[in-house]
Design a protein around this ligand. Structure first.
Ligand SMILES: Nc1nc2c(ncn2[C@@H]2O[C@H](COP(=O)(O)OP(=O)(O)OP(=O)(O)O)[C@@H](O)[C@H]2O)c(=O)[nH]1
Ligand SMILES: [Mg+2]
Ligand SMILES: [Zn+2]
Length: 318
């Protein structure tokens, strides 16, 4: 019997360097890449451009080889991408973590691991750079005394004013998960955040049949243990898709023009062009509208701190 190899369109739901699980309806095939695609990850001079030319969420054209295997022939154009800078052997390269998502959900936890606004702001900048909306999820609300909650929520209310919706959640409080669930419905979301903040736990809580592995946070280190090791795409029963990701240790900015970093901070926009110097970096320059807005309480000091750290590369402050 003659076997007719027909190309079909599918979606990458898991990626391990060199192997990709591609879904087409009920069918899931373990695919490799056609050689022509492997070459695409290098520039004309042979320099490596991407950590991997294919990412979870990519639409691809594939050929089925047998019941389990296939070959990716081509990658469809991406609508959005969530990328970070990756320190490769031969310099910094782009790592596309998820392609084509509508939004990122940046998860932070109140405690265990402690709240880190620098990391949160990096994620929000990457969302802006990748043309995605961003939602913030402050998880582990159950670990904070009721008395301390107003102070926390006032810092987060600032993000809401900037246009980033904020969800306050605890996997131990089912009511708090309704808004989380609503935020994911009918969208393609990528869940990001440090290891141990509860990304996989939140997804299990809204769809128990996912059965994602979750891990303890070390008491002494207050750090997660990188329980999720692969980016993985799931379809939600209520409608929508979600990519769970491993906690990223280094959220290196990619695709971000750090010379013009102020454009990634919506609160700075109204003040731009009013500093004394045209090329003001808004760090130590005199007569700077941004520094004045911080002093006047119009720009939140935590956000300005993030700006300064990222603008000056002063990582000691992270
Ligand atoms: N108290 C409390 N613990 C939580 C909450 N959400 C998650 N946890 C706990 O936090 C720990 C880490 O949860 P995970 O879901 O594995 O965290 P993750 O963000 O997926 O971590 P990685 O996969 O390593 O990136 C587990 O012990 C969870 O039970 C919460 O709302 N409250
Ligand atoms: Mg996880
Ligand atoms: Zn300035």
């Amino acid at each position: 019997m003659e076997i007719i190899l027909k190309s079909k369109q599918g979606r990458v739901i898991r990626a391990r360097t060199g192997f990709y699980d591609v879904q087409h309806g009920e069918l899931i095939l373990r695919c490799t890449l056609r050689g022509t695609l492997k070459r695409k990850r290098r520039s004309d001079t042979g320099r490596r451009l991407y950590a991997d030319p294919v990412a979870v969420g990519d639409g691809v054209i594939f050929t089925q080889l047998d019941a389990e295997e296939g070959v990716i022939e081509d990658i469809l154009p991406r609508q959005t991408k969530f990328s970070r800078q990756y320190a490769g052997k031969h310099g910094d390269i782009e790592q596309v973590i998820v392609a084509n998502a509508h939004q990122i959900v940046a998860v932070v936890s109140t405690l265990m691991p402690p709240l880190n606004f620098r990391t949160l702001d990096r994620f929000l900048i990457l969302a802006e750079a990748g043309d995605m909306a961003a939602v913030i999820c402050l998880n582990k609300m159950d670990l904070v005394d009721v008395a301390q909650q107003p102070e926390l929520t006032s810092t987060f209310a600032n993000y809401e004013r900037l246009g980033y919706p904020v969800l306050y959640t605890s996997i131990n409080a089912p009511d708090s998960l309704v808004a989380f669930q609503d935020a994911l419905k009918d969208k393609f979301s990528v869940i990001v955040g440090a290891s141990g903040v509860g990304k996989s736990s939140l997804l299990n809580a809204i769809q128990p049949n996912l059965g994602l592995r979750t891990g303890e946070v070390g008491m002494r280190t207050q750090k997660g243990r990188h329980t999720t090791t692969l980016v993985e795409l799931f379809t939600l029963g209520m409608g929508g898709e979600v990519a769970d990701t491993p906690g990223i240790r280094e959220v290196g900015l990619w695709g971000v023009d750090t010379e013009n970093l102020e454009h990634y901070f919506p609160e700075m926009e109204p003040h731009l062009g009013t500093c004394k110097y045209n090329d003001c970096a808004h760090v130590t320059e005199p007569d700077c509208a941004i520094q004045e807005a911080v002093e006047a309480g119009e720009i939140h000091p935590e956000r300005y701190r993030s700006y300064v750290v990222l603008r000056t590369g002063d990582t000691a402050e992270i």
